[in-house]
Design a protein around this ligand. Structure first.
Ligand SMILES: [Zn+2]
Length: 216
């Protein structure tokens, strides 16, 4: 019964559950699913578990002061989100899968919360809470990586690329040496996993360029 109201609602409920599992706040789940906040609170957070509280992230200011590791991890999430969108994945599911992949590749505590990832994706594509894009994915002419940059900023100059900065500083900065985990490109497993969601036929999966490996 794909396309019926009940299957659409079941899909949104499953999405809401997945978002809550990833630590999303009610506001974020509401924007991603369209389900009412009161219903989400009742369905997802009855009992002792409480949703995250406090001010929701606003990445437009945050990104200017974010350190190198934050900018790298934000870039990895948004780049994978963008690739999944190109494969035909709906935006909400693409965000969940991109965040799950990020979560699986990095040690706790994670630097980028699901709410932050939502805000970054929203302001890169002009979705959900954002009327227009404030960020873009720029391509580095030096290393070929895609990285998050402010729209209309210095953009494609390699000096803006956090991956090039990592390569330059890795080994000299103990924090980077200890923290950095090479984020591999999106795996075939995720593409296979997303095949039922895509619902599109005849598309050829994109093989993304690998991200650079850190110098020893
Ligand atoms: Zn670069």
């Amino acid at each position: 019964m794909p396309g019926t109201k009940i299957s659409q609602r079941m899909r949104m409920l499953a999405l809401a559950r997945d978002c809550a599992t990833l630590g999303a706040r009610i506001r974020t789940i509401h924007h991603l699913t369209g389900l009412r906040p009161r219903e989400l609170l009742h369905l997802l957070f009855s009992g002792q578990a409480l949703p995250p509280r406090g001010r929701a992230p606003d990445s437009r200011e945050w990104y200017h002061g974010a350190n190198l590791l934050h900018r790298i991890e934000a870039s990895v999430i948004v780049a994978n989100f963008h690739r999944l969108r190109q494969l035909g994945c709906p935006a909400a599911e693409a965000l969940v899968e991109a965040y799950r992949y990020y979560q699986s590749m990095h040690r706790q505590p994670l630097r980028i919360s699901f709410d932050r990832a939502f805000d970054l994706a929203a302001h890169t594509e002009g979705l959900w809470i954002a009327r227009s894009a404030s960020f873009q994915l720029a391509s580095c002419p030096r290393c070929g990586s895609e990285f998050l940059d402010t729209l209309g900023g210095m953009d494609t100059a390699s000096r803006s690329c956090p991956f090039c900065q990592l390569l330059d500083r890795h080994g000299r900065d103990p924090r980077l040496t200890a923290s950095y985990v090479v984020p591999p490109p999106i795996s075939a497993d995720i593409i296979v996993h997303l095949a039922p969601i895509r619902g599109a036929e005849g598309e050829t999966p994109v093989t993304p360029a690998p991200l650079p490996t850190a110098k020893p």
